[in-house]
Design a binder for this molecule. Structure first.
Ligand SMILES: Cc1cc2nc3c(=O)[nH]c(=O)nc-3n(C[C@H](O)[C@H](O)[C@H](O)COP(=O)(O)O)c2cc1C
Length: 205
């Protein structure tokens, strides 16, 4: 299985624009993306982006393909109990997964290995297979429990990337802030990108 495959999960934390932009960039980089969408993520997507996805995975997939203009087969939306999806098993799952945005709820479930839906199971699989899991957590302030869950996962090799864009690239728009976060995520995944100027190379004074 030649691997330009990745699992992307959208959960119900604020930050739907990060998730959408990341999906766009992964598809543009010719990745095949398995997309997992929690019920709360659908609410957030409608609230923050005005994009109302149909509830079934196939219909959501068609809506996203139409919205993003990608090729059929490049984007696979999986249902939350689609246990026969490749992402549910270490024998077939992509080695990389990003949860973006990641809610405190999903953070807790993953930290405790709940595997109660496909999204949590997929994260558990990537961890047990020693793959790369990035969690773009969004909450403020963090409670002690959130911090403990993040520490626990970090110690297991998970990369915790709080959705905390910098301002040193002098953003002119919300898109610039979104791109800052997405650029850092793509860097960690090893996906080449030129979304924002790199520190020390093209620094505006
Ligand atoms: C518009 C909106 C914004 C939210 N923002 C956050 C957030 O930033 N962080 C968070 O942890 N939960 C946030 N929530 C609450 C989660 O969606 C909620 O806890 C949900 O149960 C998470 O479920 P999930 O992890 O399965 O997506 C938000 C909910 C809504 C409707």
């Amino acid at each position: 299985m030649g691997d330009k495959r990745i699992t992307l999960a959208w959960t119900g934390a604020s930050g739907a624009p990060y998730g959408l932009r990341l999906l766009e960039c992964l598809l543009a980089a010719d990745y095949q993306v398995y997309l997992l969408i929690s019920s709360a993520a659908r609410v957030v997507l409608a609230t923050e982006h005005g994009l109302k996805l149909p509830s079934g995975p196939e219909a959501a997939q068609q809506a996203l393909i139409a919205h993003l203009g990608c090729e059929n087969g490049q984007l696979i939306v999986c249902g939350k109990e689609d246990w026969f999806s490749p992402v549910a098993s270490g024998s077939a799952a992509p080695k990389q997964m990003v949860v973006c945005p990641c809610s405190a709820g999903t953070l807790a479930s993953v930290a405790h290995g709940m595997s109660d839906n496909l999204l949590e199971r997929a994260a558990d699989v990537v961890m047990k297979e020693r793959g790369q899991l990035l969690m773009v957590v969004r909450e403020t302030p963090f409670s002690t429990l959130h911090l403990e869950n993040m520490l626990k996962l970090s110690k297991m090799g998970v990369t915790i990337m709080p959705a905390a864009p910098g301002f040193y690239h002098q953003p002119q728009s919300i898109e610039d802030l979104v791109d800052f976060m997405v650029a850092r995520i793509l860097d960690h995944l090893g996906v080449s990108q030129g979304l924002v100027p790199r520190w020390g190379y093209d620094h505006r004074q």
